[in-house]
Design a protein around this ligand. Structure first.
Ligand code: AMP
Ligand code: GLY
Length: 424
């Protein structure tokens, strides 16, 4: 069987790595991929935005399954484009992908189906939004409606900060049309966790729990990033809490999708705030999280192709999905300056020393080849992921592995998974 992966990050490398272990897979393609992915897949030069070219490629190469990593193509209807041509692709269609691509859609959907989330109001008028913020006071959260590459959410501690955010989104149009509407919502306190499920349109099955570290610096300081590290399992997600998340969030989502005729076969990710042991949804993503996918897939025992076709065929209910009883930790190595401006093209060394290290996986994110070297080509460069007997063991292995890797300006957090250790 041939599989195509869309995307180029650590998440996509982890997907490729897992697919390479499948008994069904003969060949993996990735568009556009990165240096690490090219070791196990053929990276192709078809843009992720050119759906017609991608469909043509899939037809020409007789590809059996396509897995989409990032949200952007999903929000623009890649699933609709493939399905129109009878091609099998995993992910929600464009309408259902609004759970991620429109915060207003997601909030209204949650309200309709009684899914716990922060109190909110929606505004199209700047003046009304400003009045509302002044009336409500702080802390308060301001969110651009549409996709903003993870930069459209502002947790404001002062009225001035909230108004600055409104101005940036609604007047300066920093995120373009994504800022035509804003959601202003109650600020929730608690501990964040990521919870992903496999979904076949009828049934949901939980993935192993995880937590990521969003801020750039140790101690959760500095600006938000795509994620500087993650671990699985997340001790905050106890068995009882998992059951509650399934009952109060995931099953009601399924019910709502069905009731509204929305097609969803793929991964649903809920970003949660756990407050007094109760889950509140901060956001939905229609895809695997990055970096969470790296430690989570490292623990997946079941063949990912079997799970993928169970989702596509509506047979998830018959699947017994197994996770390794291990812990895993992923530490992201980033370029100096990330999440702001950063330089590219720095030579990365040390891969060879880690090649045969058991239970240590070097997932590439922003990397490329240059004159026979592997060089940095993005903000997040590598995700060093390790399996261990417990979180401490996995973390120690990941950090020991990092000592062998080098590139100019390499930056990483030294406290990944400390939060989990404190809970133990
Ligand atoms: P989102 O993209 O909606 O998940 O928001 C990005 C980050 O903003 C989240 O991971 C939280 O840290 C924070 N956040 C979003 N909504 C809220 C909220 N209602 N209360 C507190 N923090 C929030
Ligand atoms: N790590 C957060 C995300 O993938 O959205």
């Amino acid at each position: 069987m041939k599989v195509l992966i869309i995307g180029s990050g650590g998440r996509e490398h982890a997907i490729a790595w897992k697919l390479a272990q499948s008994r069904h897979v003969d060949k993996i393609y990735c568009s556009p991929g990165n240096a690490g992915i090219s070791e196990i897949a053929e990276c192709i030069d078809v843009g992720t935005s050119d759906f017609k070219a991608l469909v043509d490629f899939v037809k020409y190469e007789w590809i059996d399954l396509t897995i989409v990593g990032p949200e952007e193509p999903l929000s623009r209807g890649i699933v609709d484009a493939f399905e129109k041509e009878g091609r099998r692709i995993l992910g929600p269609d464009m309408k259902a992908a609004q759970l991620e691509s429109s915060k207003v859609f997601a909030k209204d959907f949650m309200k309709r189906y009684g899914i716990p989330s922060a109190e909110y109001s929606v505004f199209t008028s700047y003046v009304h939004a400003e009045d509302h913020v002044r009336m409500k006071g702080t802390p308060i959260v301001v969110k651009a409606d549409g996709l903003a590459a993870g930069k459209g959410v502002f947790v404001a501690n002062t009225v001035e900060e909230a108004i600055d955010a409104l101005r940036l989104i609604m007047k300066e149009k920093a995120f373009g049309d994504a800022g035509n509407r804003v959601v202003v919502e109650e600020c929730l306190e608690g501990e964040e966790a990521s919870f992903m499920v496999f979904c076949d349109g009828k049934t949901v099955k939980p993935m192993a729990s995880s937590q990521d570290h969003k801020r750039i610096f140790d101690g959760d300081e500095g600006p938000n990033t795509g994620g500087m590290g993650a671990y699985s399992p997340a001790p905050v997600v106890t068995r009882e809490l998992e059951a509650e998340i399934m009952e109060k969030v995931m099953w009601p989502v399924m019910k709502g999708l069905k009731a509204e005729g929305l097609k969803y076969k793929g991964i649903l990710y809920a970003g949660l705030m756990i407050k007094n042991k109760t889950p509140y949804v901060l956001e939905f993503n229609c895809r695997l999280g990055d970096p969470e996918t790296q430690p989570v897939l490292a623990r997946l025992d079941t063949d990912l192709v079997d799970i993928s076709f169970a989702m596509l065929d509506g047979k998830l209910g018959e699947m017994d999905i197994k996770w390794r009883p291990k812990s895993s930790v992923c530490v992201v190595l980033a370029s100096k300056g990330y999440p702001g401006r950063y330089e590219k093209g720095k030579v990365i060394t040390g891969f060879d020393t880690l090649k045969n290290e058991k239970d240590v996986f070097v997932f590439h994110a922003g990397t490329a080849f240059d004159n026979g070297n592997i060089v940095t080509a993005g903000g997040r460069v590598l995700g060093i992921t390790a399996l261990g007997d417990d979180i401490r063991d996995a973390r120690d292995r990941a950090y020991r592995a990092i000592e062998k890797i080098h590139f100019d300006g390499m930056h990483y957090r030294k406290d990944i998974a400390d939060r989990a250790l404190k809970r133990q």
